[in-house]
Design a protein around this ligand. Structure first.
Ligand code: PXL
Length: 279
């Protein structure tokens, strides 16, 4: 069985970060080790009153213990990271644990819809680009990509040339493959566009678009992508699995009149994910 480690916060209620990464990657038949970077009562889109316990000081001792035990990981997948110091420590973790046969996936979860999440700055976005430079695969949305590259953010109606330029510039900073999520060039369709800096090849895949926006879908996408890659699917196939699964989660959410505003129904979509993985 493959083993990955995912490094991100645990938002106790909110269906994002570790509370989606653990179940989804486990459902893919992959051992999922975690380094929780912080514990929050909810994610930060709850307007007020969420608790936040920083666990930065635990990351290095956890890493050192694992080193002594000789643990290895087939993938390292990072999501929401809350501070410059965490970026630095996670970058050192890559140096320690990256080897010739594993892959590093970075989701620079810090912004959406043209805005940084609470507590983040432009400087943080630039530091995140530094972390992305050490990754094999990065999966920003367009907002995150624009903040990292100091590009103008165009919310819709952008050209393929604009997106291609951003993808190329993301890989110029170091990542092997760049994937932009939430790409839409046509009414009613949404998906991804990716760039392989080694072959110069672009790839895109789209499916149905719902005119809604839910928290946590980026984490669901990145987690299901990681699970697919760990099932020996190539990046293109893994991207189609992640797009289709994310759509299924949104569909199941929309048919429920009592849905939560803060996250999608990924739980009941897990059988679909397992099917998409061909299991
Ligand atoms: O879904 C990304 C995410 C993860 N973790 C925390 C968040 C968010 C998005 O707002 O607040 C704590």
């Amino acid at each position: 069985m493959k083993r990955i480690v995912t490094i991100q916060d645990i938002s106790c209620i909110g269906k994002c970060s570790l509370t989606v990464a653990l179940p989804i990657i486990s459902a893919a038949g992959v051992e999922t080790a975690v380094i929780p970077t912080a514990v929050l009562s909810t994610h930060t889109a709850f307007k007020e009153g969420f608790t936040f316990r920083d666990l930065t000081d635990d990351i290095k001792p956890i890493s050192a213990h694992w080193k002594r035990e000789g643990f290895l990981f087939d993938a390292i997948y990072t999501g929401y990271l809350g501070s410059f110091e965490q970026l630095k420590i996670v970058s050192e973790f890559f140096d320690e644990y990256k080897n010739g046969s594993n892959i590093v996936i970075v989701d620079p979860a810090m912004a959406d819809n043209g805005k940084l999440y609470p507590g983040f700055s432009k400087d943080f976005a630039h530091a995140m680009l530094n972390l992305c430079s050490k990754a094999d695969v990065i999966v920003p949305n367009l907002t995150e990509a624009c903040f990292m590259l100091n590009e103008e953010y165009i919310p819709s109606g952008y050209s393929e040339e604009y997106i291609k330029k951003i993808l190329v510039n993301l890989t110029k900073a170091g990542a092997k493959y760049a994937v932009l999520t939430g790409m839409s060039f046509e009414e009613g369709k949404v998906g991804v566009m990716s760039y392989n800096s080694e072959t110069g090849e672009f790839f895109s895949y789209f499916n149905e678009k719902y005119p809604v926006c839910f928290h946590g879908t980026g984490d669901i996408f990145a987690s299901s992508l990681t699970g697919a890659l760990m099932n020996d699917m190539n990046l293109k196939k893994s991207l189609t699995v992640a797009v289709d699964f994310t759509l299924e989660c949104i569909k199941r959410t929309m048919v429920d009149d009592n849905r939560n505003w803060y996250g999608v129904n990924f739980e009941e979509a897990i059988p679909t994910y397992i099917n998409l993985l061909g299991k």
